[in-house]
Design a protein around this ligand. Structure first.
Ligand SMILES: [Zn+2]
Length: 148
């Protein structure tokens, strides 16, 4: 079943309770059932991070320990939460260190080392595809700059 964000009414992504339990601030840990499914609101302008069918279980940005990378005011913008690698560091690796592929990115930034994504990543998933996206965007921007 699809559950919409109670504030912005957009569809969120499913997240396991164990992930949510690890990422909400101390005061709310006890309210989280690790066996439940929660949702992450993917709307960059919405303050809600996690929610589920129970309105009491709506957690906005102030109740979560880490900034959510795609939210408009996320700072820092972590891409790899396990190794605390930011979008900026990935762009820097491409622009200034000439990283061309995932292997280079991992080498220059230390991303994806000691991965424990189920607990550290807000979606509870490996950040690989998000890193790839950030890297490709940076490579594209670099190509444009060198051509003009
Ligand atoms: Zn929302």
């Amino acid at each position: 079943m699809d559950v919409k964000c109670p504030i912005c009414n957009e569809l969120g992504e499913k997240v396991k309770g164990i992930t949510v339990k690890h990422l909400v601030i101390e005061n709310f840990v006890e309210k989280i059932d690790h066996k439940e499914i929660y949702y992450l609101c993917m709307n960059e302008h919405c303050d809600v991070v996690y929610y589920n069918l129970d309105i009491e279980s709506t957690f906005d940005k102030t109740k979560v320990k880490v900034p959510i990378w795609f939210k408009s005011d996320a700072n820092p913008k972590y891409i790899c939460y396990c190794s605390k690698v930011t979008e900026e560091e990935i762009i820097d690796a491409v622009t200034n260190k000439d990283a061309k592929n995932m292997k280079d990115i991992i080498k220059f930034t230390g991303a994806m080392k000691d991965g424990n994504c189920i607990l550290n990543n807000p979606l509870g998933k490996c950040c690989g595809s998000v890193i790839l996206e950030a890297m490709n965007k940076a490579i594209e921007a670099k190509d444009k700059n060198t051509k003009s």
